[in-house]
Design a protein around this ligand. Sequence first.
Ligand code: URA
Length: 246
Amino acid sequence: MKISDFKTLKEIHEYFAVHNSCKLKKSATQPVYEIEPPKSGIVFIGEAPGLNEDKQGKPFVGSAGKLLDELLKSIGFSREQVYVTNVVKYRPPDNREPLPEEKDACRVWVNAELLLIKPKVIIPLGKHALERFIPDLKISLAHGQAYMHSSGIPIFAMYHPAVALYNPILKDTLAKDFLTLKDFLDGRITPEVALYNPILKDTLAKDFLTLKDFLDGKITPEVIETTGNPIEDVNKLSAIEDILKL
Ligand code: URA
């Protein structure tokens, strides 16, 4: 079966509901998914279905879903205009966090959804969805900012609405991050490299300080003579790069 064989999300879900090895299938009532692609091209990815989602077969229909609806409304979107999915399609028992093998078992399913939708932006909600796209970035550092994924699709990191339900500070952060998301969607945030990557932004800031040291003569440039041996030349160059921290 090739991804291009699927013409609709319904076909994808019906196929993967049968062809997947997720062990959560045994304890869950049913898989949880939506079947309408979003006109806006906006895709949210949560963690895993909870009790209400398991009963209804639809994502984010419980209290976290209500908060998501409110946040969407605050930036002028209704739930029907966006697509919502989860890293795992079945409810983990007692609402525990999904295990790595459960996330892996649903990975191709989520990939198939994304390939069919071709999102304009993907918004991972919380750490499980974020790590799927940017493995070593903490949600506490990443939230409220856009990153360019190697697929060419921007990833806008958000806290999971469930963590904000009982934490008023995080609820405010989430509300602010939604306003930033709106600025991003409306093109008011310029897609400069640094804006897509706070780690690079820090590196850039440090490099400017090193540049200042260099301009003030505190760092002496080394003279590089080529050796004619490309490997040796590269080694020399990387030594210089270390000094200048480029
Ligand atoms: N939390 C999630 O991550 N997904 C849902 O569908 C509901 C709550």
